[in-house]
Design a binder for this molecule. Structure first.
Ligand SMILES: Cc1cc2nc3c(=O)[nH]c(=O)nc-3n(C[C@H](O)[C@H](O)[C@H](O)COP(=O)(O)OP(=O)(O)OC[C@H]3O[C@@H](n4cnc5c(N)ncnc54)[C@H](O)[C@@H]3O)c2cc1C
Length: 382
């Protein structure tokens, strides 16, 4: 079905990005997956070609486009399974904090470098003891003269090894009541004294993506690195989660399309009992059902993207899309693996990695259970 949300400019941008990705990204994906991280040079090439911060303001070097340009990149990256290079984390999840809440000095200092790919971004919310319950973070950032001193540890942080600048969620007022009023966001450069990169974690899926532990050991950062106001961190996080969750939904439905397409090709080539397995009614019905659900998911995501670009508050609906589509992705990759038979279990077939990569989608950016908590609350159910 023809999608109607993209203009001709968006489609031209898609062509440009696709050409770039075919040359600069796709050939490296296997090596990144083997190594467990992408490389800085490719980020810089993407920056130089104008593909980082497509929606960031032009005055800081961005392209000044809308979220749909970034969505184009997410879809293309999902199609080539380039999960190792999380452009969406950099451009759509972390950079918007700088754009929205950074003061002029912070924007001038950091945005041009993030857009050129010289400064890679990460966000450090999760801790060993708390993930979903963000107000309960234990990392502290205590003001001391014109500095903050940070102590604490974070885990599961994307870009943990290669990131240059992290937005760290920390308590500036550990005694605040309610606790979320003590949460602030601090910009921490990776070469700050006391900033320690921990283990790069060994994961079931997203093997090429660098997910790491971080520690702050009397880590000293200038007080000027406070993002927004003290005690406003939780509010800023909540405001930005709409885009973060929409990003997951956009990439998730694109990954579903790729797994489905590859499975359709496979079942047409593979024979059993003297006929292509595509000719069995079970195969046809399964794929017909999944294709239907992908179209439903795409229509919902497209509607949400239009609303988001128009500035509408669609937190409830985005939470619905995040849980529903990521559950679809898990089910779809499982069904498609089954249709590959034993080959589906072999790592040389992409459906095996699709299946493993899908598992995390219902966990990060807020678990699917938390999505339902948000939806229920907004339905007036407590
Ligand atoms: C590959 C990967 C990359 C990540 N990248 C980042 C990153 O860059 N930055 C970052 O800060 N974090 C990152 N995370 C962390 C991720 O956001 C958290 O894992 C997630 O928020 C869940 O937190 P948790 O792991 O502590 O699980 P918990 O909060 O301990 O949850 C465990 C289970 O309890 C359920 N649960 C919790 N509370 C409720 C409730 N109120 N009602 C019902 N059920 C509930 C959860 O849904 C889940 O099923 C990443 C994680 C992974 C796996």
């Amino acid at each position: 079905m023809r999608r109607r949300i993209f203009t001709e400019e968006h489609e031209q941008f898609r062509e440009q990005f696709r050409r770039f990705a075919q040359k600069e990204i796709e050939p490296k994906v296997a090596a990144w997956n083997a190594r467990g991280t992408s490389d800085k040079e490719t980020w810089q090439r993407a920056g130089a070609a104008g593909f980082l911060g497509a929606a960031a303001p032009a005055e800081y070097g961005g392209a000044g486009g809308d979220f749909l340009y970034d969505a184009v990149i997410m879809e293309e990256m999902a199609w080539i399974r380039a999960h190792a290079m999380m452009i969406s984390l950099h451009s759509d999840i972390v950079m918007p904090y700088l754009v929205t809440y950074g003061n002029e000095e912070q924007k001038r200092k950091y945005l041009p470098g993030t857009i050129s790919g010289d400064i890679l971004l990460g966000i450090a919310m999760t801790e060993p003891g708390t993930g979903s319950d963000l107000a309960n973070v234990q990392t502290r950032a205590i003001r001391s003269g014109d500095h903050y001193v940070l102590n604490g540890s974070k885990t599961f942080i994307s870009n943990g090894q290669i990131g240059d600048l992290f937005i760290v969620v920390a308590k500036t007022d550990p005694g605040a009541n309610p606790p979320h009023k003590g949460v602030s966001l601090i910009l921490v450069e990776a070469d700050s004294p006391g900033f320690v990169r921990g283990r790069k974690l060994d994961k079931l899926g997203l093997r090429g993506q660098d997910t790491s532990e971080l520690a702050f050991e009397d880590c000293v950062v200038p007080a000027a690195n406070l993002l927004g106001q003290e005690g406003q961190g939780f509010k800023m996080l909540m405001e930005k989660l709409q885009q973060e969750r929409l990003t997951i939904a956009v990439a998730s439905v694109a990954s579903c399309r790729r797994a489905l397409e590859d499975t359709i090709s496979y079942v047409q080539q593979r024979h059993a009992f003297g006929q292509p397995i595509a000719s069995f009614q079970n195969t046809q019905f399964k794929l017909a059902e999944l294709a239907t659900e992908v179209e439903i998911g795409q229509a919902f995501v497209d509607t949400l993207m239009v609303a988001h670009v128009a500035g509408e508050e669609v937190v409830k609906e985005v939470s619905m899309a995040k849980w529903w589509i990521t559950e679809l992705q898990k089910r779809l990759t499982s069904e498609c693996l089954q249709l590959h038979g034993g080959y589906g279990f072999m790592m040389e077939y992409p459906i095996a990695t699709d299946y493993a990569d899908a598992a995390v989608q219902s966990i990060y950016a807020g678990t699917n259970e938390i999505m339902k908590v948000i939806i229920a609350r907004r339905m007036g159910l407590g």
